[in-house]
Design a protein around this ligand. Structure first.
Ligand SMILES: Nc1nc2c(c(=O)[nH]1)N[C@H]1C(S)=C(S)[C@@H](COP(=O)(O)O)O[C@H]1N2
Ligand SMILES: [Mo]
Length: 369
């Protein structure tokens, strides 16, 4: 059965709680109330596409080609990968580099994501390292290039996205070619039958509908891999300043961050009752260390207990209760810190394309007598 573009009514049925930004390049994010679970259900998971959804026939016809700087190029079927290589499951946060972009001032180009372009799922597949080892990378191989059949809107000759990984991340044990999500076959909307899982890297590195991996002897320069795309300035850039792509580097690591999933913006609490606060924290390459919350506008912070979470790349839950002594406006904030002392900033670190906003979230509500 050929896979047609997803019809909006179908999406609304599959993922009823998502706010749809764009239909042609389907982009949608959940309300934060839907993210209040350690493992994000597929029907609450955000969707990010740079182009049309590809038309895919049966999974059984799918092949993955390995070529470029390798001794033994190969073509794998999904079944072939499953039979030849060990199956592993990694629980990991997938976050779009543009998550939180709507909070930048001045506004930057790009989808104006609120805070929901993130989720944590169990990803099952084979290690990219094993598949590459089988092909025998040549000494000159420094970067992978990932390819998929989705095309840009109005430009069918152009790939929607073709990104890659530095070899060190490609062969890291957590990096997968995944075929399942939360124990189900990987849904088409999330890249089925095969996608890259690159824990700690921005979502853009998690190529969906993966059908070719080419090892390269230079940093990959595919679609959305050049200029300022998914790149951060290596020294601060002021709004309006002319941009020199030489001052930008590929985002290879997402910053430490937390998300409050309770209470929600606009909450009303009763004076004298304790207010339940809950959320999640995660980080990229550097492990998460701690989370503190504040209910006095950041004057004082108190550390909360972090639940274990499912391994190094999963998000970790925190729950706390805070006193509501005075009636009036009430703001809850959470701030995560990683093991190298990096801490969420109180204001976003502006950059021209609006990436990696890990500013402290402020949930605003009120306490009533
Ligand atoms: N082939 C392909 N893969 C892709 C993309 C895309 O447009 N095409 N978007 C990337 C981006 S920017 C993100 S944030 C994630 C989103 O994954 P999801 O839609 O499963 O949430 O997919 C990545 N993989
Ligand atoms: Mo993204």
């Amino acid at each position: 059965m050929p896979h047609r573009l997803v019809e909006l009514p179908l999406l609304r049925r599959l993922k009823p709680g998502l706010h749809v930004y764009e239909e042609e390049a389907l982009n949608a994010e959940p309300a934060l109330a839907l993210l209040d679970e350690p493992i994000t259900p597929v029907d609450s998971f955000f969707i990010r596409n740079n182009g049309h959804l590809p038309e895919i026939d049966e999974d059984s016809d799918w092949t993955l080609t390995i070529d470029g700087e390798v001794e033994r190029p190969a073509v794998w079927s999904v079944e072939g990968l499953r039979q030849r290589f060990e199956t592993v499951t990694v629980t990991a946060v997938l976050e779009c580099a543009g998550n939180g972009r709507s909070q930048f001032s001045p506004a930057t180009d790009g989808l104006q994501w609120r805070l929901g372009a993130v989720g944590c799922a169990r990803w099952t597949g084979v290690r990219l390292a094993d598949v590459l080892e089988h092909a025998g990378p040549r000494p000159g191989a420094v970067y992978t290039a990932h390819h998929a059949p989705d095309r840009q809107i109005g430009k069918p000759e152009k790939a929607a996205l073709s990104r890659g990984l530095p070899m060190a991340k490609a062969v890291a044990p957590e990096t997968l070619i995944a075929f399942a999500m939360n124990g189900e076959p990987l849904p088409r909307l999330h890249g089925g039958p095969l996608r890259i899982v690159a824990p700690g890297y921005p979502g853009s590195a998690w190529q969906k509908w993966l059908d070719r991996i080419t090892l390269r002897d230079v940093e990959h320069d595919g679609e959305k891999m050049r200029g300022t795309d998914y790149r951060m300035p290596i020294r601060p850039v002021r709004p309006g300043e002319p941009l020199d792509p030489a001052n930008f580097a590929v985002i290879t690591d997402m910053p430490v961050k937390s998300l409050l999933t309770a209470p929600l913006d606009g909450f009303v609490a009763k004076q004298g009752e304790r207010l339940k606060v809950a959320g999640f924290a995660w980080s990229g390459a550097v492990p998460l260390e701690s989370v503190a919350i504040s209910s006095d506008g950041g004057e004082s912070w108190s550390e909360v207990d972090l639940q274990a979470g499912e391994g190094r790349f999963a998000w970790r839950r925190f729950e706390a209760e805070i006193a509501t002594e005075q009636a009036g406006p009430f703001v809850v904030m959470a701030r995560a810190r990683d093991a190298e002392g990096n801490i969420q900033p109180l204001e976003p670190l502006w950059n021209p394309r609006g990436y990696c906003n890990n500013q402290v979230q402020r949930v605003r509500g009120s306490v009533v007598a």
